[in-house]
Design a binder for this molecule. Sequence first.
Ligand code: ZN
Length: 286
Amino acid sequence: MKLVRYATKGGSTLGIVKNDGVVDLHKHWPALGDDMIYLIQSWPDIVAGLPNLVAEATPDAALAEVRLLAPVGRPGKILAIGLNYADHVKETGQQTPAHQIWFTKAATAINPPFDPIQLPMASAQVDYEAELVVVISQRCKHVTKERAPEVIFGYCAGNDVSVRDWQLRTSQWVLGKSFDTHAPIGPWIVTPDEIGDPHTLGIRCLVNGELRQSSNTRHLIFNVFDQIAHLSQAMTLEPGDLIFTGTPGGVGLAMKPPQWLKPGDRVRVEIDQIGAIEAAMRPEAL
Ligand code: ZN
């Protein structure tokens, strides 16, 4: 199943994709509201009824006519791993990490999948990073990698937009990764039954139609399950928490000379079996 949040006249709602349309879940379960995290928590109670509902429902809107929102509007945490594809490690001149390198992105960086991404006033070194994003399904701690699939609610495409001068001029990357609008995700959450093994997915980034990154999640150094096992030794993971699982080679930083995103550039992230998000770069306005 593909679950979306989208804008309506009165605000926003949750939906489920049916062919080229979207079925408004709020109409059938008013208590759901527009909160994906509440839907994730309610999932065990509603999932059995969903296939019938979708089969019988007429879509309430065409997908092409709605403005999709970030499927999780305000995650409790956004965790992201650095240097997790060998070709990306090499292009940045670093050593393959012995330990997983984690940083956070601010929850306020979340952005809808097709809305403009800000080029901040504070920097001219804005870069893209195509990433598979994992959505956590339940409160959990000390999850083994064997049991990690049990705590995955679904997957999205994401762009770990990075402000390279702010990221790299100190040892902590958090600020350079946390500018407003720099965590676009979507276009929906795809449930694991439609994905199967998450380590077989082609992943690409295109800038103005030019292929910049092209890899496969089989090349992850620490795979999705390793990541959940590692993180959950340290902290409780909660429904709706997001994990950005790393980016392959081909970032603008590593081009010679470096190619930074400019006003009007269109950045597209595609992942097989999930879909694509695409946004124009727009200068930040006061
Ligand atoms: Zn990244």
